[in-house]
Design a protein around this ligand. Structure first.
Ligand SMILES: Nc1ncnc2c1ncn2[C@@H]1O[C@H](COP(=O)(O)OP(=O)(O)O)[C@@H](O)[C@H]1O
Ligand SMILES: CC(=O)OP(=O)(O)O
Ligand SMILES: [Mg+2]
Length: 400
């Protein structure tokens, strides 16, 4: 048995870097943290040390490279630096793996080049992932680095769910199809939901609603994804914090022809200035709920649009799955916003869906049922843990 038993998990977002150090022997997490506002005038690093102490630093960090170097310094200050012999591997969340990466993959120059080729279909995410990988490899060239892809879990989608109804030659020439994202979360949460029901994942059909800043729904039948709401890029589907989700594609032609916007401006509008923030100026569900309590109509309309879209996807995936055993809420909004959960299933009693107000109001970090006893379809909250899932997959790959 090797003494290397820790995995560092890196999740590089467009302007953030989240990290966790996991001990695969005892399941503990000796250190974790987050760098926010990378590339802005002042970035902020919040680090939680092994003794639970929280250290906060603000400094300009122009890139994910600077952010990761600052994180490495924090870890080193706790005796957990990247040079530690106890570190077995680094696991990277990579958002777009295209069709090629269906499994966690040890990163080589060639793998990195392929991830780079996918930048046009994940412009917000893959560049940050690549910088994280490059910097980590430079800091520890001898250490195995593993990419765990958001798209991997969705590669089981049947062709009729994955293909857009556009000219086949054009679509194939440009690899245009629905890939789906947040797969690590959908995989983990659907499995944990089966466990909560006391059943084997192969026996249950679940709808997973991953509602974070980015948001997506998936239909999972017997452990395999059969449909998901995100598509070629993480823009399709649900209303998100800053992304529009589904719109008529002609909106983009209209913005170009009539509003005179460039492609980049339309891209920026739909990805960064739409969704909840575009509708009401706030993308944080806590703030939106607070404004609604104060009678703010714009916040209320934004909330209603968000929930309406969610409800449409729940209905669609009930139809796709035929039999549904559970509808499961996860990620920042799904785990914390009881009002969203309540509103999303309101009126769906004829489909067997409802929540118990008391159970729904419980605040807890544990997986839990929120539907009334004896309900035909279970409604549940299952906290996601992408870091644990990435660490497990990384560790198992480097130990084989
Ligand atoms: N207590 C809460 N009540 C309602 N919404 C919350 C709460 N805590 C977090 N959120 C929502 O969760 C979002 C972040 O979700 P998270 O899954 O952490 O996002 P990401 O991983 O995409 O950055 C916030 O923007 C906010 O809308
Ligand atoms: C793919 C995606 O939308 O990721 P995130 O929610 O981290 O932005
Ligand atoms: Mg997330």
């Amino acid at each position: 048995m090797t003494s290397a038993h820790r995995v560092l998990v890196l999740n590089s977002g467009s302007s953030s870097l989240k990290y966790q150090l996991l001990d695969m022997r005892d399941g503990s997490r000796p250190a974790a943290g987050l760098v926010e506002r990378i590339g802005e005038r002042v970035s902020r690093l919040v680090h939680t040390a092994p003794d639970g102490e929280r250290r906060e630093r603000t400094a300009p960090m122009a890139s994910h490279e600077a952010a990761l170097k600052a994180v490495a310094a924090e870890l080193a200050a706790d005796g957990l630096g990247l040079d530690s012999p106890e570190l077995a591997a680094i696991g990277h969340r990579v958002v777009h793996g295209g069709l090629r990466f269906t499994e966690p993959t040890v990163i080589t120059d060639e793998v990195l080049a392929e991830i780079e080729r996918l930048v046009p279909v994940a412009p917000l995410h893959n560049p940050a992932n690549i910088t994280g990988i490059r910097t980590a490899r430079a800091l520890r060239p001898d250490l195995p680095q593993v990419a765990v892809f958001d798209t991997a879990f969705h590669t089981t989608m049947p062709e009729y769910a994955a293909r857009y109804a556009i000219d086949t030659e054009t679509a194939d020439a440009h690899r245009i199809r629905r890939y789906g994202f947040h797969g690590t979360s959908h995989a983990y949460v659907s499995r944990e939901a089966a466990r909560l029901l006391g059943r084997d994942p192969s026996e249950v059909n679940v709808i997973v609603l991953h509602l974070g800043n980015g948001a997506s729904a998936s239909a999972v039948a017997g452990g395999a994804c059969v449909d998901t709401s995100m598509g070629l890029t993480p823009l399709e589907g649900l209303v998100m914090g800053t992304r529009s989700g589904d719109v008529d594609p002609a909106v983009t032609f209209h913005l170009r022809r009539v509003a005179g916007m460039s492609v980049d401006e339309v891209d920026e509008l739909l990805n960064k200035r739409s969704g909840l923030v575009g509708l009401c100026g706030d993308n944080d569900m806590r703030e939106i709920r607070r404004r609604i309590e104060e009678g703010d109509e714009r916040a209320k309309l934004a909330f209603d649009i968000y929930v309406h879209r969610l409800k449409k996807y729940i209905g669609a995936y009930i139809a796709v799955l035929g039999r549904v055993d559970a509808v499961v809420f996860t990620a920042g909004v799904g785990e914390n916003a009881a009002a969203v959960r309540e509103a999303a299933v309101e009126g769906l009693e004829p489909l067997g869906l409802s929540v118990d107000a008391e159970l729904n109001a419980v605040r807890s970090g544990e997986p839990r049922l929120i539907s009334p006893a004896g309900a035909r379809v279970a409604v549940a909250v299952v906290p996601t843990d992408e870091e644990l899932e990435i660490a497990r997959q990384t560790y198992s790959l480097v130990n084989n």
